[in-house]
Design a protein around this ligand. Structure first.
Ligand SMILES: [Mn+2]
Length: 318
């Protein structure tokens, strides 16, 4: 029996879901199964899962969108956007296998999967408690403090960092294997994880220092401009790590491809937010959510981006 497990690539929750599913499958379905892993990444547009990937006797997808392919035998997802192809949702609703599950209210697919197979198939999830706890924190962005989200000291957050950045096709399957048995502290301390982590943490620490130098808090709004440093992406919690009482952050960034303003509110002080940030971003051609939004400009439009950022800062301070 060959089992193919397709999981959301470069994602802690995707890897942890694959680990929980594998352990369940070996304990409750087929202890002899030979298992193969394959990551799935979101592409632009509403493309379906590549049917050529269903090469197992059984094929499972975890933490990723649905497929109507008859070779898909197990499916667990918690994304709102799980049904992308015409007919996907009706096909799922009509499924009578009892092996396909979706709940967009769940914070992590890992927790959803574990609860589902515990209730339906008698799987003992207790040995995986630590993994389940952290999948919920990471995928739900339930970090208890900006310090936790920025310092990345917890083993699970170190693993999250390397999983998100990994480009080696063998690395994530190897982590999925170890997640099934190994405590996270031991797994995160292993040589291959630490070797990948080191340069990522160095770049991250460099970004923290740049923000520390440039950021100013005025009337509740942290502002900084790192376009000249060439950053257009940063850990979005750095400004609240430096200024825990800030209401909002506005920053200007740039890369060779674009100029960008990012607008955010302090997730640890939700009561301080009185503006809908997506509305503000939309006025400049951007978008997002009420709590976090962004506007992208062409690479040659840095001056416009800077002017727009100054207006947004003034509005949020007012
Ligand atoms: Mn997930």
């Amino acid at each position: 029996m060959r089992l193919k497990v397709l999981y959301h690539d470069n994602c802690f929750d995707g890897a942890a879901s694959a680990a929980v599913f594998t352990r369940f499958y070996l304990e409750k379905v087929s202890p002899e199964a030979q298992i193969e892993y394959q990551g799935l990444a979101h592409k632009a547009g509403a493309e379906g899962v590549d049917a050529r990937l269903f090469t197992g006797d059984e094929n499972a997808i975890v933490d990723f969108r649905y497929s109507q392919d008859a070779r898909l035998t197990w499916w667990f997802d918690h994304h709102q956007s799980a049904f992308q192809q015409p007919g996907d949702e009706a096909h799922f609703r009509a499924d009578a296998s009892g092996k396909k599950f979706h709940d967009p209210k769940r914070k992590s697919c890992t927790g959803f999967l574990a609860d589902t197979v515990a209730a339906r198939f008698g799987f003992d999830k207790a040995p995986l408690d630590e993994l389940l706890y952290w999948a919920e924190i990471v995928d739900g962005a339930l970090f208890t403090s900006p310090k936790m989200a920025v310092e990345l000291k917890e083993p699970a957050l170190q693993l999250m960092t390397v999983l998100e950045a990994s480009t080696d096709p063998a690395f994530i399957p190897s982590v999925i294997g170890r997640m099934q048995r190994q405590p996270l502290a031991e797994l995160a301390a292993s040589a291959d994880v630490q070797r990948l982590l080191k340069p990522l943490l160095e770049r991250h620490r460099g970004a923290i220092e740049v923000v520390r130098k440039k950021a100013r808090l005025e009337k509740g709004v942290v502002f900084f401009d790192v376009a000249d440093e060439g950053f257009d992406g940063l850990n979005k919690f750095i400004s609240y790590y430096l200024y825990p009482d800030a209401r909002y952050t506005v920053w200007v960034g740039a890369s060779s491809k674009r100029a960008k303003i990012s607008i955010g509110s302090n997730p640890w002080r939700p009561e301080l937010r009185t503006h809908d940030l997506s509305r503000i971003a939309e006025r400049y051609g951007g978008g997002g959510h009420p709590v976090v939004a962004a506007v992208s400009f062409k690479a040659g439009q840095l001056a416009q981006a800077r002017a727009a950022a100054a207006e947004v800062v003034a509005e949020l301070q007012g």
